[in-house]
Design a protein around this ligand. Sequence first.
Ligand SMILES: Nc1ncnc2c1ncn2[C@@H]1O[C@H](COP(=O)(O)OP(=O)(O)O)[C@@H](O)[C@H]1O
Ligand SMILES: [Mg+2]
Length: 365
Amino acid sequence: MTPNHLKTYYENILTSIQDGIIVVSNDYAITTFNPAIEEMSGISSSQAIGKSLEAVFPGEARILELTGKTINNGITYSDSDFQIMRKWDRKIFPISLIISPFSDKEGNIAGAVLVLRDMTRTKELEENLRKADRLASLGTLAAGMAHEIKNPLGGLRGAAQLLREEINNVKYIEYLNVIIREVDRVNSIVENLLHLGSPKQLKLKPVNIHKVLEDILLLEKISLNERNIHVIQIYDPSIPFVTIDEGQINQVFLNIIRNAIEAMPDGGKLTLITKIFYDYIVIKENSRREANMILIEIKDTGMGFHDDVLPHLFTPFFSTKSKGTGLGLAISHKIIVEEHKGRIKIDNRADGKGGMVQVFLPVAP
Ligand SMILES: Nc1ncnc2c1ncn2[C@@H]1O[C@H](COP(=O)(O)OP(=O)(O)O)[C@@H](O)[C@H]1O
Ligand SMILES: [Mg+2]
């Protein structure tokens, strides 16, 4: 290879590496600054190359310190719990950093290579895993109890029904109706609980998510009208079908939309947005961005989430409502995260005017 070819060859390699790479000479001048680190730092390579590391990262004491140590001692240093802030939008990237020395022909330290790995997604996955673990053990316990409760409930209902047929006194019949109704209510809670424990066989098929949302809006039409809730739909017509268990996903959006309705007793706006979500972005030039998730956003203009409740939303039985079961979001989490390998994020709207739930679903599971 000619020197020029060799240069292009190494440049292409650096461009395709997803980790941020910075090379500094032993006087701390930057000689290499690859596209991944441009993306993370918000600094372009032309702004960085030739400058000193300190001039480009003035606030990053830890990077400067470890690079100094590497160049002085010739030892590799790493720090897995580290972050850098992108210049233009102040976005924080959790980063794992490895700094290694390299030598010249004589064996003297010629500089250091800094490898910065974006840990955003890994951190998120770890957090989800912890949450899922906790929910799984709670779910098993709850499902075990549910099983024990279901049988006596059946007996109770049967006996009340027999009694209702034997009795002529209208007043007592009314009491028995109450018993039967309440037993049915407990029974439906218990069935939800069973769902939380046992993994169900998914009935996967390609589904148009807009149809799922439309079905639910139709079902909830009366309560939406009664409460004077205005529905806004912003659908991306180009989103592909998703391979899901329609019945399960229907239940998820029913839970979320009912919560939104319940959060707006005096009316408001319910906004449904669908879009394609780019789960990872290939930085390399002339390679397309991968679109492998769809995002469904449900926003309301209700009371929003109090900071205290946010960490508990997916815990079974956590409810702030006098008649709530606290199972809606726990079950939704299980269906989305465990059964469909998607994600669910809950927070207040950016403008602070209510709650927002984001559901991410992989196009193919
Ligand atoms: N859109 C929303 N706005 C405000 N709070 C909400 C919203 N959705 C859910 N919540 C809160 O999350 C809790 C748990 O919701 P969920 O699991 O559906 O149980 P439930 O609706 O039976 O209370 C609710 O009690 C409520 O405090
Ligand atoms: Mg609910």
